[in-house]
Structures are given as structure tokens and as C-alpha cells.
Design a protein around this ligand. Structure first.
Ligand code: NAG
Ligand code: NAG
Ligand code: NAG
Ligand code: NAG
Length: 504
């Protein structure tokens, strides 16, 4: 019988709607790392190189120097003069940039060792605004791959290895070919996860599909071999004689074989669904990938490391049952920067772990959507929260004009002022109300917005078909639209097509 300390444990269950949340608030150390690196660079530039065995800092600084520094003068020459350039656009004050820089340098070193033709470059986009503008670098950090001068967005992971893997995939080396047992053993030591393809010959339709999948995938190293002995080092249970594809991960569910028709899309789907561990530990580095997983049903499990082991085993059993349907994620609750935003987000008090588990197994849980507390007093524009979305909007008999905003969105304030004017103009109008919802703090399954601000008109009697209005509409246009589309219970339907700018 296990005992659970409810103080340290909490579970929750939700549909992943998290893409707008940033979880990276700490990493002061990384900023210091960067400053250290920069000061080392300066010192060494003054000619004060140390003697003897290189220290870790020196190695890092050497790695940094492999990365070409772009500025307003050299940027065009570097980008146009090289077939392949990977550029990291950063700002000195940006923590994420600081975090990324040593990893970028690590990838640069490895690429150099491999004699890759890719030039790795970095640009202080704040200092060299002209160059940043030329490369169209707007946020930090930004990574872009320039192929013969044209930019391609970076879609890989953010460890040194992942940067390396992505660059190789997109620059003509999507696979590693293993031709000896020794090479395979060496490979195995280095890679925690990989996809193996065994093909008798490196040709044919199936092989081509495998190579295409290796190229399209953004983060996992694919390997190929035509030697069963080599393949067995990576995947001991491999069946010989015919083409075979499998994924190899860290314990406990180490091996998974691909059983479908060998086509790019099937392979990619197989990789997406199988690349995570039974229970994934959330880290700063994999959080974005976890949130964007195609498995949208996710169970988060919070515990301090010491308490977590028995539960992780328990969870693994459950996870095995729900493989590829529900994703199980462990968050170390002592890692404040990771756990706290999530716990706060879900308003979790940490008091219902067992209830949650049994609910999960019995299938009686409902997905979790975040909501602010229900507000007390009414204003000219009604404040709607996740929990009042149904009653205030969908179940209300009135026409509702809804403004969806977030505190950080750039255009939201101007739009809010515009809507306030509108609300005053229509004040006292029967059958019409104005409402707004802060999408950073409130969710509802029927509200799926990814661009803020958003303006939605919920016509009375037709609440399941809100009309999305362009936020560029003038106040007069919006007023005209409302007049035209407001419906009384018996009203005719009228046309609103000219304002319908976006699909919802
Ligand atoms: C870049 O341009 C050169 C010269 O036109 C061409 O040979 C090469 O294939 C191009 N590279 C890519 C990746 O398109
Ligand atoms: C609503 O009113 C109660 C009692 O006046 C107060 O305790 C509570 O904090 C208020 N809630 C909000 C969201 O303002
Ligand atoms: C409800 O809205 C949709 C989409 O705007 C529209 O096609 C449909 O005709 C409307 N139905 C009624 C009964 O007004
Ligand atoms: C519906 O619209 C038609 C034409 O615009 C109008 O003649 C009719 O009176 C309207 N009916 C109602 C119930 O408003």
C-alpha cells in the first residue's frame, strides 16, 4: 500500500491549449554564462590566452569563435557568399538567447568536426539593426537557415544535439548510415532516441519514403543499415529478410516497431506518437514539444523528485494502457519555474490526487479549462471568464459582441478603446451586449483563437456560428455590421458577408 502526501502531489487533466504560455522565466544563470563567455572572448582578444590544458571555459569560447559574428558590414557578404548559413539572431539582454548561445556553439563545433559546409553565424540584432532588418529578424532568439540566400525558419529542438540533427536533416544529410557493429555501438552511446531503418539495399520506393520521412522530421536522428548484425546492435529483436523500421528510446518502453505501409506520412505519424517516453519529464527544453504534441489529451503529474518514483511506476502502467491516446507528463514540483506557472494556471490546490486517478481510470473526468473567478459587478462591457462563457454568451438570448484579448498583445489596447466607444454608442440597446474575455487567463472549448485581439459576433439564436470580424474594421464599420446583424427572436436572417473576413 502506498501513501501519498497530498502536500507534494497534484494531478490534473486537460486539453492542451497551452501554446501561448511562456514557461521560461528563470535562467539567470544562463545570462551569467553569456556574460562570462563574452568577457572571455574579450580577454582572449587582448592576447591573454592561457597556457596548458584548455579549461571548459576556453573550450566554450573556442566554440563561440567558430560561430561567425555578423554585423551591418559583413552580413550581406556572409549570407550571399555561402550556400548554407545558419543564423542565430539574439539580443544581449534576452535570457532565452543567452541560454541558446552555448548550445548553438556546441552544434557549430560538431558540424565543423563533421566537415559540414554549413556556416554558423550569430547576429546581435539589437546592436546591428540594419543587418537584422535585412535578415528579417524581429524576435529573440531567432534561428534562420539561409539556403543560397533565402531564409527558412528553424523548426528543430534547442539542445546542441537537436540543432545539429536539424541542420544536417535540412542540408542534405538526413540519415546516418551505419556499416559496422563498432560504429553502431558508438552511435548507441551518443543517442538517446533514434529511428532505425533496415533495408537490404539503399534503393526502391520504400527506402525513398524512409529518406523523405528522415528529412521532413525535425528532431530525431534516423539511421540506416543494410546489415542485420549492425541492426541488431540497435534493435535486438529485428526481423531480418525484409525492410524494417523501428524507434529506439530510453527505458522502459525501449523498442517500438513500425508495422504500417512504408510511406512518409505513416512513418512521421509513428514517430510523433511514439517519440515520447511512457511518462515524459517536463523540462524547459522539451516543454514546447510536449505542448505541441499531436496527443492533445495530457495528464500532468506534479511531485517532488523524492516522492515521485513509486508514482511514476504506477503512471507507467496506466500510460501503457493509453499509449498514443493520452500523454503522461511528470513535472518536478520543486522546479519552480516549470511547475509554478502550470499549477497557478490550473488553479490547482494540490488536494485531490487520488480522486483524480480513479476518475481518470473510470473515465469520469472532464477536461480542465482555466478560468478567472467569476466577477461580481457588471460594467458596460461585461467581463466574461471561462466559467461564465456558457451562461453569458452561448446560453444568453441576446446578441453578443465579444472582444478576445490578452494583456501582452500589441494591438489589443487600441481595439479595446474602440469597443468601449461602440458599447457606449449602443448603450441601452435592447437585445445586445458587449463582452470581453482575457484569453490568457480563461479558456473554453468553444473558444479557439490564436490571434489577438479577436472580435466575435454571436447572433441571437445562432450562437454556434459566431462571425469573426476583422480587427482592422473601423468603428463605423463595426457599428454598421452590428445594426445589420442584430437579430430579434423573430428576425429575418440578413447578409453579413462583406464583413466576414476570417474563417473561425
Ligand atoms: C545553390 O546554388 C548553387 C549554384 O546555383 C546550386 O548548385 C546549388 O544546388 C544550390 N543549393 C541548393 C541547396 O539549392
Ligand atoms: C466578490 O465579492 C466578494 C464579497 O464582496 C469578495 O470577497 C470577492 O473577492 C469579490 N470577487 C471579485 C472577483 O472581485
Ligand atoms: C447561422 O450562422 C451561419 C454562419 O454565419 C449562417 O450560415 C446560417 O445561415 C445562420 N443560421 C441562421 C438560422 O441564421
Ligand atoms: C423579413 O424580411 C423581409 C424582406 O426584407 C420583410 O418584408 C419582412 O417583413 C421581414 N420579416 C420580419 C419578420 O421581419
Amino acid at each position: 500500500m502506498m501513501t501519498i502526501s497530498s502536500r507534494t502531489l497534484a494531478f490534473l487533466f486537460f486539453l492542451s491549449l497551452l501554446s501561448s504560455i511562456s514557461l521560461a522565466d528563470n535562467v539567470n544563470e544562463d545570462l551569467e554564462d553569456l556574460e562570462q563567455l563574452l568577457s572571455i572572448d574579450e580577454e582572449e582578444d587582448k592576447g591573454g590566452a592561457a597556457q596548458g590544458k584548455p579549461s571548459e571555459a576556453e573550450l566554450l569560447s573556442r566554440a563561440q569563435r567558430i560561430v561567425v559574428e555578423l554585423n551591418n558590414e559583413n552580413v550581406k557578404r556572409v549570407i550571399d557568399g555561402n550556400e548554407l548559413v545558419l543564423v542565430l539572431g539574439y539580443a544581449p539582454w534576452c535570457q532565452r538567447s543567452a541560454e541558446l548561445m552555448p548550445r548553438f556553439a556546441e552544434a557549430a563545433t560538431a558540424l565543423k568536426e563533421m566537415k559540414s559546409p554549413v556556416v554558423m553565424a550569430k547576429l546581435d540584432a539589437e546592436r546591428y539593426t540594419k543587418a537584422a532588418k535585412l535578415l528579417d529578424i524581429k524576435g529573440f532568439p531567432t534561428i534562420l537557415l539561409f539556403v543560397n540566400g533565402s531564409a527558412k525558419p528553424y523548426t528543430g529542438g534547442f539542445t546542441g544535439d537537436e540543432i545539429l540533427i536539424w541542420v544536417r536533416k535540412k542540408t542534405g544529410s538526413p540519415l546516418i548510415r551505419l556499416s559496422s557493429v563498432i560504429a553502431a555501438e558508438k552511435f548507441l552511446k551518443k543517442h538517446q532516441i533514434h529511428v532505425i531503418g533496415f533495408f537490404e539495399s539503399y534503393e526502391g520506393i520504400e527506402y525513398d519514403e524512409f529518406v523523405k520521412a528522415a528529412t521532413t522530421d525535425n528532431e530525431i536522428q534516423f539511421v540506416e543499415t543494410n546489415d542485420v548484425k549492425v541492426a541488431k546492435v540497435l534493435y535486438p529483436d529485428i526481423r531480418s529478410n525484409k525492410a524494417f523500421i523501428g524507434i529506439v528510446k530510453t527505458e522502459p518502453e525501449r523498442y517500438e516497431s513500425f508495422e504500417e505501409k512504408i510511406e512518409e506520412e505513416n512513418i512521421l505519424n509513428f514517430v510523433e506518437v511514439n517519440k515520447f517516453a511512457l511518462v515524459t519529464s517536463l523540462t524547459e527544453l522539451n516543454s514546447a514539444r510536449v505542448y505541441s504534441s499531436p496527443i492533445k489529451l495530457q495528464v500532468y503529474f506534479f511531485a517532488e523528485t523524492d516522492d515521485s518514483k513509486p508514482f511514476i511506476l504506477l503512471l507507467q502502467d496506466v500510460a501503457r494502457k493509453y499509449k498514443s491516446k493520452i500523454m503522461f507528463i511528470y513535472v518536478d514540483s520543486s522546479e519552480e519555474s516549470l511547475a509554478k506557472p502550470l499549477l497557478t494556471l490550473f488553479g490547482l490546490d494540490g488536494k485531490r490526487p487520488l480522486e483524480f486517478c480513479s476518475g481518470l481510470l473510470l473515465g469520469t473526468l472532464s477536461p480542465f479549462f482555466k478560468s478567472e473567478p467569476i466577477p461580481n459587478h457588471s460594467e458596460i462591457i461585461e467581463k466574461v471568464v471561462g466559467r461564465t462563457f456558457d451562461s453569458s454568451i452561448l446560453d444568453s438570448a441576446e446578441n453578443v459582441f465579444l472582444e478576445v484579448y490578452t494583456p501582452w498583445c500589441i494591438d489589443c489596447e487600441a481595439t479595446s478603446r474602440q469597443i468601449e466607444k461602440l458599447a457606449k454608442h449602443f448603450k441601452g440597446q435592447e437585445n445586445l451586449k458587449f463582452a470581453r474575455i482575457d484569453a490568457s487567463l480563461n479558456e473554453h472549448p468553444k473558444l479557439q483563437i490564436d490571434n489577438y485581439p479577436a472580435l466575435l459576433f454571436y447572433a441571437a439564436g445562432n450562437k454556434s456560428n459566431p462571425i469573426k470580424l476583422s480587427k482592422k474594421s473601423s468603428t463605423t464599420e463595426l457599428a454598421a455590421f452590428i445594426k445589420e446583424n442584430m437579430k430579434s427572436k423573430t428576425a429575418n436572417t440578413s447578409s453579413h458577408d462583406k464583413f466576414k473576413k476570417d474563417e473561425l
